[in-house]
Design a protein around this ligand. Structure first.
Ligand code: FE
Ligand code: CA
Length: 520
């Protein structure tokens, strides 16, 4: 702890014995450390807006790339405040939270008592040091008419593959209601070596080996979160966090990894990864892992305009089909119908549909539409996506049809390419009538490995249900009102050097009374 400058006040508690030690078992030892470096090195974040508030987040880590972030193993009080203005002249809520060592000194405050559909500013303070100022909008009141919503959809941010330039641009988008993060917030791999000729470049490197332990995952989150562009995006808008595979490891599914790890052992790594995810995301206590299980899926309502279902397509799926000869923990065929969401989540999704919202958005991660990959340089089966779970996809289509819903918009990412298109209603018929629209975002930094040049994709001809197939870094920007859903495909011209510029590649529109996208 050299250089920490831990104060005498705190040390009195840290060195306590006897009766005081017994008391420590009941209550956290609240210490008041004096910081010699910025304790808010990972900035601030907000998330999961409700009509009366949202979550605000930070983590104390004066030396974020050291074990425990350079913090002593004691609980520390952190002050927070919420204001109606960015100068904090009209402060409407204040409080004190406890940053506990059990949670890596992260802080999650579920702020309540705010007005609906309005912008607020927040900040934390410890040892007299203020954090960055963040801003978030509360959701509209239940059932209220909503003029418009503005949403960014982003994810897949492999630190080694590209800079977070797209995050900087998201942070500058005007008046976002929220950012839906479809996962791959971190990647678990070891520090990359020198890439072979013809392979994508490495723009910066992970620290250390592949990550397994809770401290490994914490350090990986810290490495990503100290990036100034990502910090700026979090300060600028509330996030709706989810996770995909790389928050744990590539292509994990339920209790299996793609190696031959016994499920009992994979469960240990999974638990460490899920705790670290909770610690670093602005999510509610209902997302805290309990006994190895975690409830990530949830829904949020934006007045009468939109119901958003954030779905978990990793935790409950059937054992995967074998993608490659070397795949492990997989099967060649299944002898019972497959599931992607699991029975409980699937039923929950169905029960929440048809509530009268103008739009139903599914935050669903991986590609739901079939994709004819035959022209791919190395053709893949796409078994990690819904194409590996055809029964589940058929039931999803039927769930929408049975309720007569025309307003379902599926969004996510994971392919490191952008796909805008229609989910066909009939299995095996790409040109059958659409049942839902799908907006599959590209990636902030991860590359597709396709090695295709930027521009029109040769696979367009064999995928008539898709309006756009495009390989370039960026995100989606959604402008939604009661009559029209406009999707802007936002791309950065490059993410390998600082200063990449943003532009709109194209716009696609959806009407709430007819499934399917069309070019604006
Ligand atoms: Fe990814
Ligand atoms: Ca993924």
């Amino acid at each position: 702890m050299s250089g920490f400058g831990f104060s005498r006040r705190g040390l009195l508690l840290a060195g306590a014995q006897g009766a005081v030690a017994a008391a420590l078992l009941r209550a956290p030892a609240l210490a008041s450390p004096a910081f010699t470096a910025d304790p808010f090195s990972m900035g601030v974040a907000s998330g999961d807006p409700a009509p009366d508030g949202f979550v605000i987040w930070t983590r104390l880590a004066p030396r974020p790339l050291e074990t425990h972030g350079g913090m002593p193993a004691v609980a520390v009080k952190v002050n927070w405040e919420i204001a109606e203005d960015d100068a904090f002249r009209r402060i409407v809520r204040t409080g004190t939270a406890v940053a506990r060592p059990e949670l890596g000194h992260s802080v999650h405050v579920e702020v309540v008592g705010l007005q609906s559909a309005r912008r607020y500013w927040y900040r934390f303070q410890v040892d007299g040091i203020p954090s960055d100022i963040g801003t978030a909008r509360t959701a509209p009141a239940a059932g209220a008419a909503v003029d418009r919503l503005r949403i960014a959809v982003a994810g897949c941010q492999n630190y080694q593959a590209g800079l977070f330039t797209a995050w900087r641009h998201i942070g500058k988008e005007a008046d976002l209601d929220f950012v839906y993060h479809y996962g791959d917030y971190i990647y678990e791999g070891k520090a990359a070596g020198t890439p072979a000729a013809g392979k994508p470049p490495v723009v910066r490197r992970h620290l250390g080996d592949e990550i397994y332990s809770l401290d490994d995952y914490r350090l990986r989150y810290a490495l990503y979160k100290i990036d100034p562009d990502l910090r700026a995006a979090h300060a600028a808008a509330a996030f709706l966090p989810s996770y995909d595979d790389h928050e744990v490891m590539n292509n994990w599914a339920n209790e299996w990894d793609e190696r031959d790890t016994p499920p009992e052992l994979f469960a240990l790594r999974h638990a460490a990864a899920m705790q670290a995810w909770y610690e670093h995301m602005p999510v509610r206590l209902s997302q805290l892992p309990r006994n190895g299980a975690q409830l990530m899926y949830r829904r949020l309502d934006y007045g009468g305009l939109m119901r958003i279902n954030i779905l978990d397509r990793r935790s409950y799926r059937s054992i995967p089909l074998c993608e490659k000869p070397e795949s492990r923990n997989c099967v060649e065929t299944r002898n019972q119908p497959d599931t992607m969401l699991g029975e409980t989540q699937e039923r929950w999704l169905g029960e929440g549909l048809g509530n009268g919202a103008t739009w139903n958005m599914f935050g669903l991660g991986g590609l739901v539409m079939p994709f004819d990959r035959s022209l791919q340089r190395v053709p893949t089966k796409g078994y990690d996506n819904w194409s590996g779970y055809p029964d589940a996809r058929e039931r999803l289509v039927k769930m929408i049809q049975d309720r007569g819903l025309k307003n379902v918009v599926i969004t996510g990412g994971d392919s490191h390419m952008c796909f805008i298109g229609n989910v066909p209603s009939r299995r095996g018929d790409l040109e059958s009538a659409p049942v839902a629209s799908e907006l599959h975002a590209t990636s902030i930094a991860s590359n597709s490995g396709n090695g295709l040049p930027i521009g029109p994709d040769p696979r367009a001809a064999s995928n008539p249900h898709m309006a756009l197939i495009h390989d370039q870094r960026g995100y989606l920007l959604l402008d939604v009102d009661a009559k029209r859903w406009t999707t802007s495909v936002r791309v950065v011209d490059q993410a390998l050097k600082p200063g990449g510029n943003i532009s709109t590649l194209g716009q696609y529109v959806i009407s709430p009374d007819r499934p399917g996208v069309s070019k604006a």
